[in-house]
Design a protein around this ligand. Structure first.
Ligand SMILES: Nc1ncnc2c1ncn2[C@@H]1O[C@H](COP(=O)(O)OP(=O)(O)O)[C@@H](O)[C@H]1O
Ligand SMILES: [Mg+2]
Length: 254
């Protein structure tokens, strides 16, 4: 294992304050989300619809962050859910093959997914899970953890998967690894319509975020906006902490 990968795995330790159990994580997705968060995702969906040109029949949106644990996978699932709720045919691809969450949270029985398709071990058509939660939502989970995720993601096969699926779906949401830690996300950035950056302000490192933006700009990746994923104020009579979601486009960020 390379040094940066060790650092990446170690960064999991910083997640102590976030929900750990599967039940807690499932409270964070789809229709189980609280009303305010569901509305925030609808707003994010609308903003994204307006920020991408109608010329492309399928919009491919990458979701990344500077560090792990800022809420990429949670945002990716809920955004895909929100598009599917609006009757847009949506495919969610979990491309963070090092630390998968989606197949666990959505309780898929087997671990076959993107890595197996990329390695030529499983046909795409049989690996995509259809009608997850909603008729319009399909999911390609990450699959078995491969030894070489960056190489797999930058392969010609990944390009082929995206060109094939973009003929079938209106939106493809790709849950990518954190940019400042591993380079996997950058290798497919030229195939995306744009990138959404998730930021957890109480946890994000400003330098890492600046570096993430610098790397994306260097590669001319269209930054669609930022999702602020943060703890809300504690309600007086409740012991539970809520979370807020905010969306900023690049102009309002600068
Ligand atoms: N807004 C939020 N409120 C509460 N828990 C959250 C929120 N966003 C993410 N989490 C939890 O934090 C953990 C890490 O989130 P995840 O989406 O897996 O991050 P990433 O994909 O960036 O590593 C998960 O347990 C998830 O359920
Ligand atoms: Mg993740």
């Amino acid at each position: 294992m390379r040094n940066h990968e060790k650092k990446y795995i170690k960064s999991r330790k910083k997640l102590m304050e976030l929900p750990k159990s599967l039940d807690d994580q499932q409270e964070m997705i789809g229709e189980k989300l609280n009303f305010a968060s569901q509305e925030a995702y609808k707003l994010l969906r609308t903003n994204l619809m307006f920020s991408m040109s109608d010329e492309e029949p399928c919009k491919i949106v990458g979701i990344t962050s500077a560090l792990r644990g800022e809420g990429k996978s949670t945002t990716a699932i809920n955004l895909a859910y929100s598009f599917a709720e609006a009757k847009k045919h949506t495919l969610l691809i979990e491309a963070d093959m090092r630390l998968p969450l989606i197949q666990k949270v959505l309780r898929f029985d087997h671990a076959i997914g993107l890595s197996n398709v990329l390695a030529g071990l499983s046909p795409l058509e049989e690996t995509v899970q259809h009608h997850v939660f909603l008729d319009c939502l399909s999911v390609l989970p990450s699959g078995e953890i491969p030894p070489n995720p960056a190489e797999l993601l930058s392969s010609a096969k990944m390009k082929q998967i995206l060109s094939q699926t973009s003929k079938e779906y209106d939106y493809i949401i790709i849950d990518l690894p954190p940019i400042s830690v591993v380079s996997d996300g950058l290798t497919i950035s030229n195939l995306l319509s744009g990138m959404l950056i998730v930021v957890r302000p109480d946890y994000c490192d400003q330098h890492a975020l600046a570096e993430t933006i610098r790397q994306l700009e260097f590669l001319n990746v269209k930054i669609l906006g930022f999702v602020l994923n943060c703890k809300g104020k504690q309600k007086r009579k409740s012991r539970k902490y809520g979370y807020q979601y905010r969306y900023y486009n690049q102009d309002s960020y600068q």
